[in-house]
Design a protein around this ligand. Structure first.
Ligand SMILES: C[S@@+](CC[C@H](N)C(=O)[O-])C[C@H]1O[C@@H](n2cnc3c(N)ncnc32)[C@H](O)[C@@H]1O
Length: 317
């Protein structure tokens, strides 16, 4: 990130420099990303002897994100003005050409919606008996992958209009190595095990089978090649960097089954609550933790990488 800011950022005249962290959640990770970006930008200003600039950071997430918690823990020594920017990053959030740097860390694996047809009983892509796509039939995987393509196009189109020419977009996402089947990705294996816990609750009479058939988790794990294709198809950005940050060989980076289950709970709890209420949550995740312990050897064979992509808004469009 630092190297890209130093080498690629084109600084223009103007007294306000705007950075946004999209999908910021409630901290503290967002403060770490923002601090890194702000420090690089300030160094670049200093080396270029630019006119004095005010840095504004716009923390973006859905309206239901707990912005009170976020703003209550803003670093006291920050050198920027902090604001909230509400709305889905798949839509327009900012005015034309108003943003200089966008960061989006661990947000773009959340799809904007459950893909078409996977909850439609009449469709060949009906995801019966499952709550996620990775271990499902090809038709279901294909609907998820199409939704990912559409969402990436919406994200890139919106940013293409909001980011100044020469401005930067940083994306970090969990991913799967090129060619790895979705079913062999650790995050997906964790989610599939959660699916089997739902079926267990059906057998025990806690929930109805139809409820499971009409519930799906809108998350998709991309690959380097898919991200690259989406960016090239969109055409508004040049790829300055596309690198694999880490290859995780342990199930979830040496976490215990409990930690892993808590992690999946954090991602899915809101969605599950919306569909099933709160009553099944504790039982579901106790079961999940148990099943993760039993599946340890399987999980260890799974793959997971994180991808970092740095984009620059083309100036000649
Ligand atoms: C896993 S958290 C990542 C938080 C932080 N960026 C980090 O790196 O730790 C994902 C965040 O993205 C947000 N998010 C998901 N989809 C979004 C969307 N379409 N628009 C804005 N925020 C979204 C979620 O609400 C959540 O706060």
């Amino acid at each position: 990130m630092h190297a890209v800011v130093m080498e690629k950022l084109q600084v223009e005249n103007g007294s306000i420099f705007q950075i946004t962290d999209m999908g910021c959640s409630i901290g503290p990770n967002t403060f770490i990303s923002v601090k890194n970006i702000v420090e690089s930008v300030e160094l670049k200003f200093k080396l270029m002897n630019t006119q004095e600039k005010h840095i504004q950071v716009l923390f973006n997430d859905h309206a239901y994100n707990d912005f009170n918690t976020l703003f209550a823990s803003l670093p006291s020594d920050k050198s920027y003005y902090a604001h909230a920017a509400i709305g889905s990053f798949y839509d327009r959030v900012f005015p034309d050409k108003s943003i200089h740097i966008v960061n989006c860390s661990y947000g773009l694996h959340f799809l904007s919606r459950v893909p078409n047809n996977v909850e439609n009983r009449e469709s060949v892509a009906w995801n019966k008996g499952k709550v996620y796509y990775s271990h499902s039939k090809e038709e279901v995987i294909s609907e998820y992958s199409k939704q990912y393509e559409k969402d990436m196009e919406c994200f890139l189109n919106a940013r293409a209009q909001e980011v100044v020419p020469g401005g930067l977009v940083f994306i970090t996402v969990p991913a799967r190595p090129n060619g790895t089947p979705h079913s062999k990705v650790i995050y997906n294996m964790l989610a599939d095990i959660l699916g089997s816990c739902f079926l267990h609750l059906v057998k025990q009479g806690d929930i109805e089978e139809e409820e499971v058939d009409s519930f799906n988790i809108p998350v998709y794990i991309t690959s380097p090649i898919e991200v690259e294709e989406a960016i090239k198809r969109n055409g508004s950005f040049s790829i300055e960097k596309l690198e694999i940050l880490s290859k995780e060989t342990s199930p979830i980076n040496g976490l215990t089954a409990k930690d892993a289950s808590v992690h999946i709970r954090a991602i899915t709890e809101g969605l599950i609550e919306e569909k099933f209420g709160t009553k099944i949550l504790d039982k579901l995740f106790q079961l999940h933790e148990q099943k993760l312990e039993d599946a340890y050897l399987d999980l260890i064979s799974g793959e997971a990488i994180s991808l970092f992509i740095a984009l620059k808004r083309k100036t000649n469009l």
